[in-house]
Unconditional design. Sequence first.
Length: 137
Amino acid sequence: MKRNHMMTLFTLTLSVLISVLSSAQTIVRATVPFNFTVGRTEMPAGNYDISPLTDSTIVIRDSKTASAVVDLFRREQDRNGDNRPKLVFHRYGDKYFLSQVLRGHGGAVMQLPTSKLEEEAQIASRGIPQKAVVAAK
């Protein structure tokens, strides 16, 4: 009986999440030419739609497979005044970590937190990350 309630609750939660993810407004679209990591999730190279889910969470969705990852972000002012939307990655060797999403046109910068995996990659490479920038639409 308890298991049936838990399964029903899980199914309902999953349905609501899928509904919210599909209705989120895309703010940036980009073709990422390399595999990358968001939080603890490895994402393959491909086309991505990026949308805010709440004031502090973001959805990164593979537009081909519809697989998605949700992560936290902190809103910051764009100090460079760059009007082009883009994704900024930290690169350590052949590993890429999504760091920022810039909306362009005076929009705020969405700064993603540094994950444990990125901290481990930084320690292993013994260096400062190189930045990789991907133009977006």
